[in-house]
Design a protein around this ligand. Structure first.
Ligand code: SF4
Length: 327
């Protein structure tokens, strides 16, 4: 029996790759611990195998700390430069996941497809996964009774799946609530896809509000983005159900005017923007992100919020300096 440490380096959602490894190792009788801690705990045993998984590019500092602490660890995930996958390690056919390390999760999570039809420069999905292909039915993702009919799909291009019609029919006929938090590809949406979305119970990450996630990352996509929004609205998905990720700080030519244009064009249609900051060192963008995602933008003007944030930061920096000087 081997002792195994699975380390989730980022992400609020359950990590599917680690869940698969947990199932695979436990099926062999191994002793598995899943943790989010990077540093070795005082009471941790010596492990035979250590894994680390990061899914976001901005987790590089955590990844570096992890590799220093666990130099022999097997590391993977879309937030790392490593191209090997869990499937390379344990075989592509292994489709079991262990939910035991996420006792608070009552939904079922998975992919109906992998890959993406587009090739955004900042994204690793097309490089790592290639063109879209079908990987699971809804019946294969749902854990079955007594688990609720709640699905969290991680698909990056749901409608790129050649079998997407069958998946929509399964969701609709099975009366599933579904969260598609990676976003549907509004730039490629057509009338049939829009109409099919209007027939299913799409939900936010808490499975409460009606919410469909999408993205508007480049200012140049304005007309194609709103063409998709209009098509969804005509089919019965109102813009107030949409949350759109907006990448900020990636495009070298980006200006605040361009960011404001995307922000205002979306909010005036009732779409909820969700800024994604490419470079966390950009304090101005991080503050903008916080102002938007907390909903404060509805009640506090940006210049007031920015002034307050700067004054709080300088008070905190002053307090740190005083504390340091008195040591
Ligand atoms: S549409 Fe999404 S998944 Fe596809 S390449 Fe662009 S960012 Fe990546």
């Amino acid at each position: 029996m081997a002792t195994v440490r699975l380390t989730q380096l980022d992400g609020a959602l359950p990590n599917l790759a680690l869940m698969k490894l947990a199932h695979w190792h436990r099926a062999k009788g191994d002793d598995v611990t899943l943790t989010r801690r990077i540093e070795r705990d005082l009471f941790e045993p010596a492990f035979d195998v250590v894994y680390g998984s990061a899914i976001f590019g901005f987790s590089q500092d955590r990844l570096m700390r992890f590799r220093r602490q666990w130099p022999d660890a097997i590391v993977g995930g879309s937030g790392t430069p490593f191209v090997h996958t869990v499937e390379d390690l344990i075989g592509g056919e292994y489709e079991h996941h262990d939910y035991a390390d996420y006792p608070d999760v009552d939904y079922s999570i998975g992919f109906t497809q992998r890959g993406c039809r587009l090739a955004c420069k900042f994204c690793v999905v097309p490089k790592k996964e290639g063109k879209p292909r079908s990987v699971n039915t809804i019946a294969e993702i749902w854990r079955g009774k007594p688990h609720p009919k709640k699905l969290h799909l991680l698909d990056n291009d749901f409608f790129g799946n050649p079998d997407c019609r069958a998946r929509i029919a399964e969701i609709r006929e099975g009366k599933f609530r579904v969260c598609m938090s990676q976003g549907i590809n509004v730039r490629l949406i057509d009338e049939e896809a829009a109409a099919s979305l209007a027939t299913i119970q799409y939900r936010d990450t808490k499975f409460q509000e009606r919410r469909l996630y999408t993205a508007w990352d480049n200012i140049g996509d304005e007309s194609v983005f709103f063409r998709g929004v209009d098509m969804l609205e005509a089919a019965g998905v109102p813009p107030k159900h949409l949350m759109a990720y907006m990448l900020c700080g990636y495009d070298k030519a980006e200006t605040w005017d361009r960011i404001w244009r995307r922000f205002h064009r979306m909010t005036e249609r009732g779409i909820a923007p969700y800024p994604m900051v490419f470079d966390k060192a950009r304090k101005d963008l991080v503050a903008f992100q916080r102002w938007v995602v907390t909903g404060l933008y509805r009640i506090v003007p940006w210049n007031e919020y920015e002034r307050e944030t700067k004054s709080l930061e300088s008070t905190a920096a002053f307090a740190r300096a005083v504390e340091h000087a008195s040591l």
